[in-house]
Write a protein that binds this ligand. Structure first.
Ligand code: GLN
Length: 545
């Protein structure tokens, strides 16, 4: 949780915005429920299914029980705290959540079905009307025949007492149920996945019409509240330090900190020598001149490149060397800034470290991984800065990536930057196969610059999720200006993906590729050939090493 134990502090979003609590039973789609709600401007947070309601210091306006890989009747299967049903708020069970509702709360048998239902299914909605019209609210405005997406093997053997059927499929007579007395609903299918065509409408029906949640979760509303929260947290004199990289997350976090506490936020950019062409300079300009952030650039390129010398075919070592050197350099600088920052003892000392943690990282650390799995606590880099005892401040920890982009736009960060492709921490070092030398860095930087420039010119940048030029450690023969040359090969890589877990190769037109190739071969000394890397992920990874 955010370091917010003090009751004088402004409250967290779940105390300000109507919040739908999603309890996670381990489904791979749980986070999508939260996302769909946020897209509807309804605030939602996810917690593991083992959450004790008594331990919450806030009250949700509705609860959703997610799907999960277990069977409710199995020994050791996870179960919801029954106190959820005493909260006196609407509850929606999805798949495992429906089975949990029936089995645990309404005492109805759930058993392995004879047929698994996996994939698309046709649901028939039953409207009741009259005295029971309340149970129709979940499917309000939806057609009677709906295409939905299912993924289950278990099913209810009967209708729980006090419930009515609101939807059925050929295989599942209780594909949707609702309590007659209480605002409790259950559905066997997954409304959160896009394969369920009208799924978002159903989630909206639950959240807006049934839970009466206000749809006021917008970045405009978030930003003022978050700034007030940062101010209160840090106090009038407190100082914060944080690393920036030129990427979206660290830039948005830095700008937000700057808005909240001005120059008491110290941004540090470590130039590790393997950044993009002119990157340190560009980030410096954007952050200081453009956004007004108090930034120190540390040029440590030589130190990094010296340490990378001789590492030829051990990508893991490259990553480690860069990671460790980064911590060393950042720590030295942090101590320097801290020493300069506190004029009189104990006043204005740096006690906070900014981290650009996003909600998916938080979700990853709290998702329910099974009865035997211990729940990981979120990695904490605060401990990295030895001896400084810094407390963490994570102003983006409630946000999804698209929300961070929206926030960035709200804060006046240029579009180009807000939509920037991701760039790895170890930078070009993992795009230069083989040894990283200043000469190899130059070639990779120049080629990458041309490729990205052409992509932007062609208006394809936003369409592509990530693109870069890699340098292969082989030499090929070419003829340039009637002279035989023996020079290196550049591999272009461009992918499209929504989640970076799987990715497709971007289908450039041949004309585009040959134009990029001509430019690179002509303009970058040391290159005589260009290839397009066409491996999807999996089996390839997006980066080369
Ligand atoms: N394991 C349960 C079943 O197979 C629930 C599946 C789910 O929630 N997707 O029915």
């Amino acid at each position: 949780m955010a370091p917010n134990g003090d009751s004088t502090l402004p409250p967290e979003p779940h105390k300000i915005f109507d919040t739908i609590l999603v309890l996670d039973f381990g489904s791979q789609y749980t986070h999508l429920i939260t996302r769909r709600l946020r897209e509807l401007n309804i605030y939602s947070e996810m917690l593991p299914c083992t959450q004790k309601i008594a331990d919450l210091d806030w009250k949700p306006v509705g609860v959703i029980l997610s799907g999960g890989p277990y069977s409710v009747y199995e020994q050791g299967a996870p179960h919801v705290d029954p106190a959820v049903f005493d909260l006196d708020v609407p509850v929606l069970g999805i798949c495992y959540g429906l089975q949990e509702l029936a089995w645990r709360i309404a005492d109805t048998n759930v058993a392995a079905g004879t047929k698994r239902e996996y994939g698309h299914a046709q649901v028939k909605v039953t409207k009741h009307g009259g005295e029971q019209a309340k149970v129709d609210r979940l499917f309000e405005g939806l057609e009677e025949d709906m295409v939905v997406w299912m993924s289950h093997g278990d099913k209810l053997s009967g209708l729980p007492k006090g419930f009515v059927t609101i939807a059925e499929t050929g295989n599942s007579p209780f594909a949707g149920i609702a309590s007659v007395e209480k605002p409790w609903f259950g559905i066997q299918f997954h409304p959160e996945v896009t394969h369920t065509k009208k799924g978002t409408q159903l989630i909206k029906n639950f959240a807006k019409n049934i839970c009466k949640a206000k749809d006021d979760w917008t970045m405009a509303a978030f930003v003022d509240k978050e700034i007030a929260r940062i101010r209160a947290l840090v106090g009038e004199k407190g100082q914060v330090i944080g690393a920036v990289s030129g990427g979206v997350d660290s830039t948005v976090a830095a700008k937000l900190m700057h808005e909240a506490i001005g120059d008491r936020f110290h941004a540090v950019l470590v130039d590790n020598g393997v950044m993009r062409l002119n990157e340190a300079k560009i980030v410096h300009e954007t952050l200081t001149k453009g956004l007004g952030v108090n930034l120190t650039v540390v040029d440590a390129s030589e130190r990094f490149l010296n340490k990378l010398k001789g590492i030829k075919d051990d990508p893991e070592r490259k990553r480690k060397v860069i990671g460790n050197t980064f911590i060393e350099v950042f720590q030295e600088k942090a101590k320097e800034i801290a020493a300069a920052a506190h004029g009189s003892p104990k006043e204005g000392e740096i006690e906070w470290l900014l981290q650009g943690t996003l909600y998916p990282d938080v979700i990853e650390s709290i998702s329910f991984k099974g009865p035997s799995a211990t729940i990981k606590t979120h990695h904490n880099v605060g401990g990295l800065l030895e001896g400084m005892h810094l407390k963490l401040i994570e102003p983006l920890r409630e946000l999804f990536k698209d929300e961070v982009r929206e926030l960035g736009t709200k804060l006046g960060i240029p579009e180009d930057l807000v939509w920037r492709h991701p760039f790895p921490g170890p930078g070009l070092a993992i795009r230069i196969i083989g040894e990283v030398t200043p000469e190899q860095v130059r070639i990779a930087q120049e080629a990458d610059h041309i490729f990205i420039e052409e992509i932007r010119k062609a208006g394809l940048y936003r369409d592509i999720s990530q693109a870069y030029a890699a340098l292969l450690p082989v030499k090929a023969v070419g003829v340039m200006g009637d002279k035989r040359v023996h020079a290196q090969v550049i591999a272009l890589r461009a992918v499209q993906t929504t989640d970076f877990m799987t990715a497709d190769v971007y289908p450039f037109e041949m004309k585009f590729l040959s134009n990029v190739s001509t430019r690179i071969v002509n303009e970058v000394d040391g290159v005589c050939r260009v290839v397009y890397e066409i491996t999807s992920k999996p089996p390839g990874t997006i980066e080369m090493e």
